[in-house]
Design a protein around this ligand. Structure first.
Ligand SMILES: C[S@@+](CC[C@H](N)C(=O)[O-])C[C@H]1O[C@@H](n2cnc3c(N)ncnc32)[C@H](O)[C@@H]1O
Length: 278
């Protein structure tokens, strides 16, 4: 695991409150990587990631899903609309929670989606409340990932499924340059730490979950950052960020670092599928 001790929770919250608008402008309502199969558009690749995750856990219309770090509610609403499941979404950002609720109302999805501004590290639910624990690119922001999995495993029913996508530290051991690249990504994207494939397997197993599969999707997602870098250059969004907030400028400037880290092997993009034993 690579850590960045300077990251603070208030800064993560502020980032998503402020930058949701930039994400929407640059990338759309799904704030996650695209998963490419061929030459499809970024929008299809983003939906492909969500749909692939849904099929990995065989999501059904009667499933109750917890979407941890739901952003603008893109995945939650997509799952509620296309599969019919009931989704509870948590986000640290009050702005995102409001955005998701308004959008769900406009799309007539309020009865199937429930959005809360809540910290996943302090939120609590009754044991066995959910069939599926779903999270795309949020656990990077958690300070105590092992404790999160311990608590989240209790919220799952026996036989419940887990599907998580996360940015990971790659093979950085004894490699100062690679470790620095991961640190720079953590700092620029407000992640207190990035775990490795092995770290995540260990945290889930210690929480009583059985890891059924792991997928390294690095080479299928890294195009995301080529596209985002081009869009930043084309839109002049960096100039606007400069007026608003220094951290947002650093965030935009670290897109290239992240792409380099994927290409050098310093970082990986992983998907984890797990189950809570019956
Ligand atoms: C990269 S975005 C991903 C959003 C969403 N999963 C998607 O794919 O569109 C990260 C999300 O994690 C949320 N997040 C970060 N730390 C969190 C925490 N401690 N509790 C709940 N949500 C958190 C942010 O508010 C943001 O919505």
């Amino acid at each position: 695991m690579v850590t960045c001790p300077d990251v603070r929770k208030e800064v993560i919250r502020f980032h998503y409150d402020l930058s949701t608008f930039f994400y929407r402008l640059l990338w759309g309502e799904h704030i996650h990587h695209g998963l490419w199969v061929g030459d499809e558009s970024a929008e299809s690749a983003q939906l492909n990631l969500t749909n692939t995750m849904a099929s990995l856990v065989d999501l059904q219309s009667d499933d109750r899903v917890l979407d941890v770090g739901c952003g603008m509610g893109g995945s939650s609403m997509h799952l509620a609309r296309t599969i019919g499941c009931d989704v509870t979404g948590l986000t640290l950002s009050p702005f995102q929670a409001r955005w998701a609720k308004v959008t769900a109302t406009l799309r007539r999805l309020r009865s199937k989606t429930h959005f809360f501004c809540q910290d996943a590290e302090t939120a609590d639910f009754a044991p066995e409340s959910f069939d599926v624990l779903w999270s795309i690119e949020c656990t990077e922001h958690l300070f105590d990932k092992a404790a999160f999995f311990e608590r989240a495993a209790r919220w799952l029913k026996p036989g419940g499924r887990v599907v998580i996508c996360a940015w990971l530290a790659g093979n950085v051991e004894n490699n100062v340059t690679a470790t620095q690249q991961v640190y720079d990504v953590c700092e620029g994207f407000f992640c207190p730490s990035l775990g490795t494939f092995d770290d995540y397997r260990g945290w889930m197993t210690a929480a009583g979950l059985t890891v059924a599969a792991t997928h390294d999707w690095t080479s299928r997602v890294d195009r995301t950052w080529e596209i985002c870098i081009r869009r930043v250059e084309r839109t002049g969004v960096r100039r606007l960020a400069k007026i608003l907030d220094r951290d947002t400028v650093m965030f935009l400037d670290r897109f290239q670092t992240l792409l380099d880290a994927y290409r050098s092997g310093a970082m990986q993009y992983g998907c984890f599928v797990a189950e809570k034993p019956e």
